[in-house]
Design a protein around this ligand. Sequence first.
Ligand SMILES: NC(=O)c1ccc[n+]([C@@H]2O[C@H](COP(=O)([O-])OP(=O)(O)OC[C@H]3O[C@@H](n4cnc5c(N)ncnc54)[C@H](O)[C@@H]3O)[C@@H](O)[C@H]2O)c1
Ligand SMILES: [Zn+2]
Length: 341
Amino acid sequence: MKTISIEGRSGCSTIYVGARLEDIPAALPLDRTVIVTDPVVQQALGNRFPACPVVEIGTGETAKTLDTLAAVCRRFIALGLNRDSFVLAIGGGVVCDLAGFAAATYLRGVRFGFAPTTLLAQVDASVGGKNGVNLDGYKNMVGLFVQPEAVWCDPTVLASLPAREVGCGMAEIIKHGAIADLELIERLETQRDAALGLDPDVIADLVYRSLRIKAAVVARDERESGERRQLNFGHTFGHAVEKVTGAPHGEAVARGMALAARLSCTLGSLAGIDARRLIDLITAYGLPTGIAGEPEALIDALAKDKKRAGDQVHFVLLKALGRAVVRPIPLSILEKEFYRL
Ligand SMILES: NC(=O)c1ccc[n+]([C@@H]2O[C@H](COP(=O)([O-])OP(=O)(O)OC[C@H]3O[C@@H](n4cnc5c(N)ncnc54)[C@H](O)[C@@H]3O)[C@@H](O)[C@H]2O)c1
Ligand SMILES: [Zn+2]
């Protein structure tokens, strides 16, 4: 097992990569802990949960609401949670985002930690201190930054995860390699079969390298005023594709990374051979790399992007594989890129 520490202004977090769910009870005030999960995770892993009361929320994005938050807080009251209690979220990004928000606001904040059960939650959602819910169709509209006290990443919990969900997590790992770690790109290339076969040692290694990058960026820029924007590589265009086509987040980001790599070549910052290498890697993980959606609708979605400044968008480009740079790009150049393909 390897550990990573994040010391943020919103708290300190220790991440245990390669842990097992069975290790968690030793670290908890077990008689004062409540688990938050969803029914799919409960069904797949419930027999490995610590022996504590369980609060269930619904599955998927539609469960990430203020109504669910209120329902969870009511259950906390009924279970008698007080300032000494501990909330343990066991689930994907939806469960972690919602339970983190509930724990950070219930009684103005109780202790909490995560055992992420999707690959995406292990390499992204559970780390960084962002908690929150959606509102009226706007994603993550209400929330706050508070670091979970501990995060336990157990590679064996992923065994029941559908292949498409595994692919979405892989897209975020590829992203971390592309922006900051050429060695991670190399490992993804050489260990593809073991990675997609969810070999626990290989997964733990990929999650560890991936989180080291996210943790380092978050520690330097917790509230995303500058450097944390690098983590949005592939996301500006990815979010537009997600909105226009309804594609799963990781698949939309895969298309966004391929577009950003091609754009980096067009603008002269990245060698063609490196763009090709990244696109081949994305394809090798079964992820799409083309443009999806009508160009007009995509431009419209980009124009509404939160990270827009005037008629330019803050766009993450690559200088090399493993080195990112954030640049304002005029929407007109992005539009041309869509029609070039
Ligand atoms: N806080 C952050 O920094 C951050 C970063 C990225 C994403 N997110 C959020 O994370 C969410 C997406 O997370 P996600 O992709 O984990 O989705 P999710 O939580 O909806 O999980 C996907 C599906 O997999 C199921 N599942 C979970 N673990 C399983 C397992 N071990 N076996 C079988 N099925 C399992 C869930 O029940 C769900 O149906 C979004 O709401 C997004 O906004 C947050
Ligand atoms: Zn993402």
